[in-house]
Design a protein around this ligand. Structure first.
Ligand code: UDP
Length: 494
């Protein structure tokens, strides 16, 4: 018999609730969560909450689920995380197509063959899930990929079901209409749906939908404080800088790979010509997805470099910051994210654009792939890269929420993004926490925004402080979990 497509994802090694309570600034939020958690646990009893998505690594959903699992388990709630899989390679191409359509992009043509593939793969996953769940458990399905599951289980089980959709746009076009009519038949099986913004709720779910903003775990390896020594160690161990001396811990199991001038991705050997730790650093860390806007960012930065080439500028002047600034574009090794088959193509476009640049500009831009196989190492690497940055950019054309923005704000960094994407607009207040350009594909506008930001270090620090405070007040996991708790309570029989 063939192996299950559906996989349970183990979640281990997490700080316990007491540890959070040990931090003065987190203690009040922990106390509130515990109080509400007790009520939820009493009502849930021995029911299990099943969280389902389509990948254990890569992207915002895979980032958030371990945190939610740990916290719910800490509160005493039985919680399981499972990922669906597919033996048919076309499945994730189809779901990526649907993902892009929900974002208003791509060919709206979706026919019977696509629907049959979508249902066939979900049906196989549903069969396994049906043997794992109990009739009064709660099913929380994330994103469109496993959407049909509740529909397929409903006739056999009386599960309460929630669909959590993390994506969306605030406009409608032929693509979004095609996506929603494709997904429509499966929506009826859900008691509630959860979105990241009111603008994303499709009319057919009005009245059954709730808005819950995502939140980050402040003590996770991705977000916890790193000392200067820790940061240098992580950057050295992951091959991002040349270690200043012998390393206590040695290299990580897998190191990052840099795009070299000969067009190959390799580990970086020899002296650190990129000077990651000393130059003003503009960073975007994202999946290699066309909608993340890497290419216009690369082009805008190259324009900035062409316009501000002179390193003869006086020390301490804005001109010197501009001349020394470097750009770091980082994302997962293509192929490591199961549900993102477009990554290799997007990285290839970036590679070609990079190779077309003059050598003097190439040397100021780093395009790096990060291994995802070791979640702890990969999270520490992103943490260290963000902390080593002067500005974090998230130039997404569309963005459901943008955890990379939250992560940067939490670390006290100013963020550059755009007001066209709804997620960034919910987080960044233009001129307070960073800057929002109007058009992420307008290279001139982006170049000007980068120049404005890089030219004023004092203002950047002030924006970083406000950003951090906003992340603390609005975007931490405690608030998110309390909202989930209330939603589940409302669904349970009294
Ligand atoms: N991420 C990562 N390594 C990478 C690129 C991204 O760990 O090389 C993480 C990033 O830190 C964030 C998540 O992946 O936690 C991306 O979530 P976001 O909401 O920004 O975008 P999504 O990928 O869900 O569209």
């Amino acid at each position: 018999m063939s192996a299950n497509l559906l996989q349970r994802v183990p979640v281990a090694g997490a700080p316990a609730m007491e540890e959070y309570a040990g931090y003065a600034h987190l203690a009040p939020a922990v106390a509130e969560l515990r109080a509400e958690g007790r009520e939820l646990l009493a009502r849930l009893g021995s029911r299990t909450v099943w969280l389902v998505n389509s990948t254990a690594v890569g992207g915002g959903v895979a980032e958030m689920l371990p945190t939610i699992v740990r916290f719910l388990r800490n509160l005493g709630i039985r919680t399981e995380w499972v990922t669906i899989g597919s033996r048919e390679s076309g499945f994730f191409e189809l779901t990526k197509h649907v993902h892009n359509l929900v974002h208003g992009e791509g060919d709206p043509e979706l026919g019977d063959a696509e629907r049959r593939l979508f249902e066939r793969v979900n049906q196989e996953n549903a069969q396994t899930l049906a043997s794992w769940v109990r009739t009064d458990d709660i099913l929380v399905v994330h994103e469109p990929q496993p959407l049909p599951l509740a529909f397929m289980l409903r006739d056999r089980l009386s599960l309460a079901a929630v669909w959590r959709c993390h994506i969306g746009v605030d406009t409608e076009n032929a693509a979004t209409r095609a996506a929603w009519s494709f997904l429509d038949p499966y929506l009826t099986a859900y008691d509630r749906a959860v979105f990241s913004a009111p603008e994303y709720i499709p009319p057919r779910l009005a009245g059954r939908a709730t808005v819950i903003l995502p939140g980050i775990d402040p003590l996770a390896s991705k977000n916890r404080d790193l000392s200067i020594r820790d940061t240098i160690e992580v950057l050295s161990s992951s091959g991002m800088i040349l270690s200043p001396g012998p390393m206590v811990g040695g290299y990580f199991a897998q190191r990052s790979r840099w795009l070299h001038a000969d067009g190959t991705f390799r580990h970086r050997e020899g002296p650190d010509g990129f000077a990651l730790l000393s130059r003003p650093l503009v960073t975007q860390v994202s999946r290699w997805d066309r909608l993340k806007g890497f290419l216009p960012l690369l082009r805008a930065f190259a324009r900035l470099k062409a316009a501000h080439a002179s390193t003869a500028a006086e020390p301490g002047t804005p001109a010197r910051s501009l001349a020394l600034a470097g750009l770091l574009l980082a994302g997962p090794d293509p192929g490591s994210v199961q549900d993102d088959p477009e990554a290799a193509g997007v990285l290839e476009e970036l590679r070609a654009a990079y190779l077309a640049l003059p050598t003097s500009i190439q040397s100021q831009i780093a395009i790096v792939t990060t291994p995802l196989h070791h979640p702890e190492e990969s999270a520490l690497l992103v943490n260290a890269l963000q902390r080593a940055s002067t500005i974090v950019v998230q130039n997404s054309l569309r963005e459901g929420f943008g955890l990379t923005i939250t992560e940067a704000m939490w670390k006290g960094l100013p963020v550059l993004s755009n007001s066209r994407a709804c997620g960034p607009r919910q987080q960044i207040r233009d001129g307070m926490d960073g800057m929002l350009v109007r058009d992420p594909e307008d290279e001139g506008e982006l170049e000007r925004a980068l120049a404005t930001m890089l030219a004023d270090a004092q203002r950047l620090r002030a924006w970083g402080r406000t950003a951090q405070r906003r992340a603390f007040e609005e975007f931490l996991v405690f608030r998110q979990l309390r909202q989930w708790g209330r939603l589940l309570l409302a669904m349970l029989p009294v």
